[in-house]
Design a protein around this ligand. Structure first.
Ligand SMILES: [Zn+2]
Ligand SMILES: [Zn+2]
Length: 567
């Protein structure tokens, strides 16, 4: 089914003032990595610069950011970068973008505070211009007139955008839902959205994440009631894992802790950082005496503790992962403890999370996860809310954004239910150039897009198709570590095998690899039986240890690919 006309790539044209182009550079037809360029009369506005966390099968890759070629090619036109909210899939690629294109950045205070953290890690803070804006503020960028529109989402201070040119107004919702009772009392700005609807909206770009869910997404309040029940019945420690950016959720947990006379210990670096930022800016109020440091926490009886932990996506090296494997340096999970995973599994992370749950069950803990307990609500609009957005803005054209193809497609069906005919729906994917003229809209051409795969140093650039990536391999090389584990005994079968390609000179290579083998043997020796039984965990441990070894021993950063065979 073709909803639109599509033409083959044609070549660099300038965009005249009677034409506007919108180019999704990430996030359409894929999950995460949201980024969009809006181009009109010699000006490009960039909306969001997000990253994507890699799937399990992308070994040696820590994060994924959009290919920035298109923007680099039109560098002089880029006049502003606007961030809709502080989630990683919207701000995580900002350091890489600013490194290439130091355009001024606009966002609400909390969003910019989270972005600052990223930028200081990359030592970019003194080189960039961050401009705070508030909902209903306006901004002129070239011929584009912007207004920031408040929306509700799982993080405070989220905005959508109205972008007006002489061709008409585009509405970009950002990530949103219609929470009627948000914890901070700040609802989506219904009246501004309907104001634009009344004046006439050329196109609506709306969040598709939950377009397959019927009905309405419940309010954050809903989570509070269900968490309260768990607090009520828990006798041991309560360990809650959520995203460090889930400011509303963290507030709920702090309030419940006070109500149930428990003190909260933060475990995980990003949890401490984000809470510090949000508290400093007044987005979180910490009830007096609720937070405890680790030493205080260690003195408290189990039924007076809440651990607020990072690692809700099953990352083996994050706080929750360490607790699951009894590797945390301060706390142990005991029978009767309650583990609450208050986040949704990002697609691709389900098996890692399930692994963690197995480990917690082995320790006799009670595990509450999203599958059976209402301890998480989405921050994204369900179908009825999506219809409300469509009905408020009444756009001439509709472009579903933020989602894999299935979500974009289902959003297009939802739109049709509200009376938007197929010929007014542009089902675009990352890289499509959506063109608006006085005569209408269509997808005309393709911009260069793709992904950059990075390791956590942010240094090594890993091409998506590792096999084809001659350049990376010739610069840093790859080390393959093959380990065979007997599945029934958990013992090592034979010696680990290390193969190196393209990263060491012939001379001395065998001696270094022999040392590397010792490192792997050591990792295995120091691992528990439980860790050896979990190939995902073991893979991660071997990778971390070898990475450290090569960095110290040879100063190289090869891509480490551990293969744990269970035989
Ligand atoms: Zn978001
Ligand atoms: Zn998002």
């Amino acid at each position: 089914m073709l909803y639109f006309s599509r033409t083959l790539p044609d070549e660099p044209r300038t965009v005249s003032s009677d034409q506007m182009e919108v180019i999704p550079l990430g996030g359409l037809g894929e999950f995460g990595m949201n980024m969009m360029a809006i181009r009109h009369a010699g000006t490009i506005l960039v909306v969001d610069a997000g990253l994507m966390f890699p799937r399990n099968d992308l070994l040696g890759v820590d994060l994924v950011v959009p290919d920035l070629r298109y923007l680099v090619e039109h560098k002089d036109e880029v006049k502003a970068i606007v961030l809709t909210h502080g989630h990683e899939d919207h701000i995580g690629a900002l350091p890489y973008l600013l490194d290439e294109i130091p355009a001024p950045v606009y966002g609400t205070p909390l969003t910019l505070a989270f972005a600052e953290g990223r930028l200081s890690e990359h030592r970019l803070l003194d080189r960039v211009q961050l401009n705070r804006v508030q909902a209903r503020d306006t901004l002129q960028v070239g011929d584009m007139h912007l207004e920031f529109l408040r929306v509700t989402h799982s993080i405070a201070d989220s905005i959508g955008l109205a972008i007006t040119t002489d061709l008409g107004t585009l509405i970009h919702t950002g990530d949103f839902k219609f929470d009627q009772s948000p914890p901070d009392g700040k609802t989506t700005d219904y009246s501004r959205f309907s104001y634009y609807g009344e004046r006439g909206v050329l196109a609506l770009f709306s969040d598709s994440t939950n377009s397959e869910r019927p009905g309405y997404t419940p309010s954050e309040n809903h989570v509070q009631r269900h968490l309260e029940q768990i607090f009520h019945t828990s006798q041991g420690k309560i360990i809650v894992a959520c995203f460090a950016s889930s400011i509303h959720r963290i507030q709920i947990i702090l309030d419940l802790a006070r109500e149930f006379r428990r003190r909260v210990v933060l475990v995980g670096r990003s949890m401490k950082e984000n809470l510090g930022i949000a508290r400093g800016m007044g987005y979180i109020s910490v009830p007096a005496g609720t937070l405890a440091d680790i030493n205080e926490g260690l003195q408290l009886p189990a039924d007076q503790i809440v651990l607020l932990a990072t690692g809700s996506q099953g990352e083996p090296m994050a706080a929750l992962g360490k607790l699951a494997l009894d590797k945390h340096k301060n706390f142990r999970v005991e029978p009767d403890d309650s583990i609450i995973i208050s986040a949704r599994a990002i697609p691709g992370n389900e098996s890692r999370i399930s692994h963690l749950i197995n480990h917690f069950c082995r320790r006799g803990a009670k595990v509450y996860d999203e599958s059976r307990w209402s301890i998480h609500v989405s921050g994204h609009a369900s179908q009825e809310e999506l219809k409300l957005m469509l009905n408020l803005t009444r756009p001439r054209f509709f472009v579903p954004i933020h989602g894999e193809y299935r979500q974009l497609y289902h959003h297009s069906l939802v739109a049709q239910e509200t009376g938007i005919t197929k010929d007014r729906i542009l089902l675009a994917e990352t890289g499509d150039i959506i063109t608006f003229t006085a005569d209408g809209a269509g997808i005309r051409g393709k911009a260069p897009v793709g992904r950059r795969l990075l390791d956590d140093s942010g240094m090594a650039d890993v091409d998506e198709f590792v096999v084809r990536d001659r350049q990376h391999l010739s610069e840093e090389g790859v080390v393959l570590a093959v380990v065979a584990i007997n599945k029934s005994t958990g013992e090592l079968e034979g010696l680990p095998e290390l193969v190196s390609r393209g990263h060491l000179d012939e001379k001395g290579v065998s001696a270094i690899l022999a040392e590397g083998k010792q490192i792997v043997l050591n990792t295995l020796k120091e691992s528990t039986e439980e860790e050896r039984a979990d190939s995902l965990v073991l893979t991660e441990m071997i990778r971390a240890d070898l990475k450290r070894f090569f960095r110290k021993r040879t100063g190289t950063r090869p891509m480490i690919v551990p293969l744990v065979l269970e035989i």
